[in-house]
Design a protein around this ligand. Structure first.
Ligand SMILES: [Zn+2]
Length: 318
């Protein structure tokens, strides 16, 4: 299919009803509300305590607004066995998107508007209409189109909530597309007059710490004023580069193309007393320990960016 042909075929879905209105599997009910509020740890009494709910002017207990979508669900079996059961344009739209190569999907955002609370015994139904299909866009996941739909939740004819729902339907990147691409650059620091000196020093493989010249307090990250005495006057000292692991995490996800994973992100406490966020190198994630002695090493990420990393200290020669 040519691009204009795809555009034409997708345009035909604007305003189309993807799923016709159909009541959810169960009416609004207290047992489902109880499971929900327990899972959410929401102890607002208006959801389970009749007297407390009436004291607020409500007719009785109400369902949490955030449960709205749950009341329109048709149950696992109906969804799994017949994705397009009951008619509607959903299956047709997916077929066109698939044929155009947009075989992957990721939800991007959802906006809810709640008109009123729903009560036990009310039966919620929802219909879903296509509002917008974007032109083809390039994204980090691959080229694709944003599909925006509007779901309208009703009790009888009365609208109780609407939900604007956006997904990206995209063509997944080919494996070798990512392989042959040049290595992504590390994210740049946001440089300003207050912190530039620190990154300039790092560029020369010097680890410096900002020092207040009023009271001598060291501080990191860099800032314009001393938190102790409010002085704006400062200089720097050269750190020894020795410290200990104060805390750390092992990042796996989401992967950023500039980094290797698993990625060790640590807070290192320098022997001068200040702490900095950095990466650990030369150590496996399972061997890192809090309090472990480390020393600075330098990562020349690219010609414009050199950053301090830390590796386990070498044992002192006897
Ligand atoms: Zn000071």
């Amino acid at each position: 299919m040519s691009a204009p042909e795809i555009d034409q075929r997708l345009k035909a879905f604007l305003g189309a009803e993807l799923q016709p209105a159909k009541p959810g599997q169960d009416p609004v009910n207290v047992p489902m509300i109880r499971h929900w509020v327990e899972a959410m740890e929401d102890d607002n009494p208006v959801y389970l305590d009749e007297d407390a709910a009436r004291a607020t002017g409500r007719p009785g207990v109400v369902a949490p607004a955030s449960m709205m979508q749950a009341w329109s669900m048709r149950g696992y079996a109906a969804t799994w066995t017949k994705p397009s059961a009951g008619g509607g344009a959903y299956a047709d739209l997916i077929a066109v998107l698939d044929e155009a190569g947009y075989t992957s999907v990721v939800a991007t955002d959802s906006d809810f508007t709640f008109e009123r609370e729903v009560l036990p015994g009310e039966h919620v139904s929802a219909d879903e209409v296509v509002e917008e299909i974007s032109p083809e866009k390039s994204t980090g996941l691959g080229v694709g189109r944003f599909v925006t739909t509007l779901k309208t939740y009703r009790v009888g004819d009365e609208v109780v909530a609407t939900q604007r729902w956006r997904t990206l339907r995209f063509r997944p990147k080919e494996a070798d597309e990512t392989k042959t691409a040049p290595r992504a650059l590390r994210p740049r620091p946001a440089l300003n007059l207050d912190n530039r000196f620190w990154f300039d020093a790092a560029q020369e493989k010097r680890l410096v710490v900002q020092r207040c010249t009023g009271c001598g307090t060291l501080r990191h990250p860099p800032g314009p004023a001393c938190p102790e005495c409010r002085s704006f006057d400062w200089d720097t000292i050269e750190a020894s580069g020795r410290g200990t692991v104060y805390s750390y995490v092992v990042a796996h996800h989401p992967p950023h193309p500039a980094f290797d994973y698993p990625l060790l992100v640590a807070v290192v406490e320098l022997e001068e007393g200040t702490r900095l966020i950095t990466n650990l190198t030369g150590v496996a994630p399972e061997d890192v320990e809090i309090g472990m002695p480390v020393e600075v090493d330098w990562l020349v990420a690219d010609p414009e960016l050199t950053l301090p990393l830390f590796r386990p200290s070498q044992p002192q020669e006897a």
